[in-house]
Design a protein around this ligand. Structure first.
Ligand SMILES: Cc1cc2nc3c(=O)[nH]c(=O)nc-3n(C[C@H](O)[C@H](O)[C@H](O)COP(=O)(O)OP(=O)(O)OC[C@H]3O[C@@H](n4cnc5c(N)ncnc54)[C@H](O)[C@@H]3O)c2cc1C
Length: 501
C-alpha cells in the first residue's frame, strides 16, 4: 500500500476538464430508473432484469481501470431475448454493451446504458468434430474449459490470453485476443471457422448453414451491398491493399479488421471476419466453431541467461529459425525478484548483475527425436554468448509450469519491486520479426534517454511484440514528467510506425 501511494499523481498531471466524482450519482440510489426497469421487465420478465443499486455497482467495473455505472443489467437466456433487447434499443435510443467474463483491460465490457450479461446462459460445448480438429461451443464457454475438452485429442484453441481460466470464447472472438504462444496464424481471426450471430435488426445467421449466404443477403440487402461496395473501393487502391496486408501480417488488433474485405469475397464471408475483433459493436455472437491446433507431443523450456539485453536479442532470430514456439526476454531486476518470490527458480537469479537478461525459450516437436535435435541446435547456438548459468532444456511438466508461472507473475513482481516513488507503465507494440533486434535496441536507447528501462520483450512467430513494462524513477521527474513522458511517447510512435510500415 505504501508503494502504491508513494507516487505523486500531481506530477503526472490530469486531463483538462472537470474531474468526475467517484461517488455513485444520486440518480442511481434507488437503482434503475422506474420507466426503464418496467419496460425491460415487461419485455423479458422480471427475473432477467438486475436493477438494484448493488447490481449496478457490481457491474460498473471490469478488469480495466475504468468504471461506468450501467442504468440496468439484463441477463438474456437465449438469442431471441438478445434480439428483443437490441430491438428495444433501436426503438428507444438506449445503447447497450455485451459483457461476458469482463476481463477486458480497456473498458470494453462496461456501459452507462444497458449492460447485457451474456456469460452464463450461452456456455457449453456443442460439437467436437474430426477427432478434435474443430470445436463448436456456446460463446459463454470459458476458454480453459474448451481446451480441457480438447486435451484427449492433443489439440487446443489457438488464442491463449493469460486470462484463459476466466475469459470466454465470446470475449476472445470479439477482442481477437491472443497470448504468449498465439501467432497471427493462430488467433481468432485465423482460426474461427463459423459463427452464429444476431444483428440489431433481429436477423440471426449461422454461417455454417448451407443457405446462410442467401439468407444474409435477403435479410440485410443494404448491409450486403455496402460490404461489397467497400471491398471494391479497397481493391481499386493497390497501395491501400498492400498497406492493409502489411499491417495485419503482424499483430495489429486495433479497430475493425480491414483485411476482412480482402479475405472475404462474398458479403457473409466479409461480415463473418469483421465480427472478429469488433468488440460487440456489429452484433451478438452466440456460438462459434474454431479450427483447433495441434499440441506438440513433446515440449521443453530453457532459461538462457546472458550478460546483456543485446546478447539476448542477438539470439532471437536463430532461435526462431530453429522453431522455438515462444521466446520471451526478461531483464535482471525482474529475474532477481522472481528468484526471491518463486521457489525452485535457479539460485544464480538472486545475484544476477543488473545489466543481465534472460530468454525463456519454449520448443516443441512431434517426437522425442526431433525435440532432441532442436535442443542440440539451441545448445550449439548459445556457444557464441557467455552463459551466466547452466543451460538446461527441461521437459519436466513441473519445470515448464514454473517457467510460465514466473513469466505470468513478472508484471506484478516488477510493480512490487520497483523503486519507491517510481511508476510502472505497460505498452504493447509489435514489430516484424526481422526488425526485432534493431527495434529493441532503438527502444532501449529512447527509453534510457527518458529514464525508463524495458523489462520484457516477447517474440511470437511472425509477430514480435515488445511489451514495455517500464519503470521510471520519479526522483528527477517533478513537473518535467508529463513532458518527458509525452515526448518519449511521440518519439516512440514515430519509431514504431517507421518500423511497421
Ligand atoms: C490477467 C489478464 C490477462 C490477460 N491477458 C491477455 C492476453 O494475454 N492477451 C489478450 O489478448 N488479452 C488478454 N487479456 C484481456 C482479456 O482477458 C481478453 O481480451 C479476453 O478475451 C476477454 O474475454 P471476456 O470473456 O472477459 O470478454 P469481456 O471482457 O466480457 O468482453 C470483451 C468484448 O467482447 C464483447 N462481447 C462479449 N460477449 C459478446 C458476444 N457474445 N457477442 C459479441 N460481443 C461480445 C464485449 O462487449 C467486449 O467488447 C487479459 C486480461 C486479464 C485480466
Amino acid at each position: 500500500m505504501k508503494k502504491l501511494l508513494s507516487v505523486d499523481p500531481a506530477r503526472i498531471g490530469r486531463p483538462p476538464g472537470q474531474a468526475s466524482p467517484d461517488a455513485v450519482p444520486q440518480e442511481f440510489c434507488d437503482g434503475t430508473p422506474g420507466p426503464l426497469r418496467h419496460a425491460l421487465e415487461q419485455l423479458l420478465g422480471p427475473e432477467r432484469v438486475l436493477h438494484r443499486l448493488v447490481d449496478l455497482v457490481r457491474y460498473a467495473s471490469d478488469a480495466s481501470p475504468y468504471r461506468l455505472i450501467p442504468h440496468v443489467v439484463v441477463v438474456p437466456h437465449n438469442e431471441d431475448e438478445v434480439a428483443k433487447i437490441l430491438r428495444f434499443c433501436g426503438e428507444t435510443g438506449w445503447h447497450a454493451t455485451f459483457r461476458a467474463a469482463g476481463t477486458s483491460l480497456n473498458g470494453q465490457a462496461q456501459s452507462d446504458g444497458i449492460l447485457i450479461d451474456v456469460r452464463k446462459y450461452f456456455s457449453g460445448i456443442k460439437d467436437i468434430g474430426d477427432g478434435g480438429v474443430t470445436l463448436k461451443a456456446g460463446t459463454g464457454t470459458i476458454l480453459f474449459h474448451a481446451n480441457a475438452h480438447l486435451t484427449p485429442y492433443y489439440r487446443k484453441l489457438g488464442p491463449d490470453p493469460a486470462s484463459s481460466a476466466a475469459c470466454t470464447l465470446a470475449g476472445v472472438v470479439a477482442n481477437n485476443s491472443g497470448g504468449m504462444r498465439c501467432t497471427v496464424f493462430q488467433n481468432a481471426y485465423s482460426t474461427v471457422n463459423a459463427l452464429t450471430f444476431v444483428l440489431a435488426s433481429g436477423t440471426k445467421i449461422d454461417t455454417s448453414d448451407k443457405d446462410a449466404e442467401r439468407d444474409f443477403q435477403t435479410s440485410e440487402p443494404a448491409l450486403a451491398e455496402g460490404l461489397i461496395a467497400l471491398r471494391k473501393e479497397i481493391l481499386a487502391d493497390e497501395k491501400l491493399v498492400e498497406r492493409i496486408r502489411h499491417k495485419y501480417s503482424i499483430r495489429n488488433t486495433h479497430g475493425d479488421r480491414l483485411d476482412a474485405f480482402l479475405d472475404g469475397k462474398t458479403p457473409l464471408e466479409i461480415f463473418r471476419r469483421l465480427l472478429v475483433g469488433s468488440e460487440g459493436t456489429l452484433g451478438f455472437i452466440s456460438d462459434v466453431t474454431f479450427n483447433t491446433i495441434e499440441v506438440p507431443a513433446v515440449t521443453s523450456v530453457a532459461w538462457i541467461a546472458v550478460p546483456s539485453i543485446n546478447d539476448a536479442i542477438s539470439l532471437v532470430p536463430d532461435l526462431v529459425a530453429i522453431g522455438a514456439g515462444a521466446v520471451e526476454l526478461m531483464i535482471a531486476p525482474a529475474l532477481r525478484a522472481a528468484g526471491e518470490a518463486f521457489h525452485g527458480t535457479p539460485e544464480y537469479w538472486k545475484t544476477l548483475d543488473l545489466q543481465a537478461a534472460a530468454l525463456l525459450v519454449e520448443v516443441g516437436a512431434s517426437d522425442d527425436e526431433s525435440l532432441t535435435e532442436k535442443q542440440a541446435r539451441i545448445m550449439h547456438l548459445t556457444d557464441r554468448v557467455t552463459l551466466l548459468g547452466d543451460l538446461i532444456l527441461t521437459s519436466h511438466a513441473e519445470a515448464i509450469e514454473l517457467a510460465w508461472q514466473v513469466r505470468e507473475g513478472l508484471l506484478g513482481l516488477i510493480g512490487k519491486h520497483r523503486p519507491l516513488g517510481s511508476l510502472l507503465i505497460t505498452e504493447d507494440v509489435c514489430f516484424p520479426p526481422r526488425l526485432l533486434a534493431s527495434a529493441a535496441r532503438d527502444l532501449q536507447d529512447l527509453l534510457q534517454k527518458h529514464g525508463y528501462f524495458i523489462s520484457r520483450i516477447r517474440h511470437a512467430t511472425r509477430s514480435s511484440r515488445c511489451a514495455l513494462r517500464n519503470s521510471r524513477p520519479e526522483a528527477n521527474a517533478t513537473t518535467r514528467f508529463p513532458f518527458a513522458r509525452s515526448k518519449a511517447e511521440s518519439e516512440f510512435r514515430t519509431l514504431a510506425s517507421s518500423s511497421t510500415t
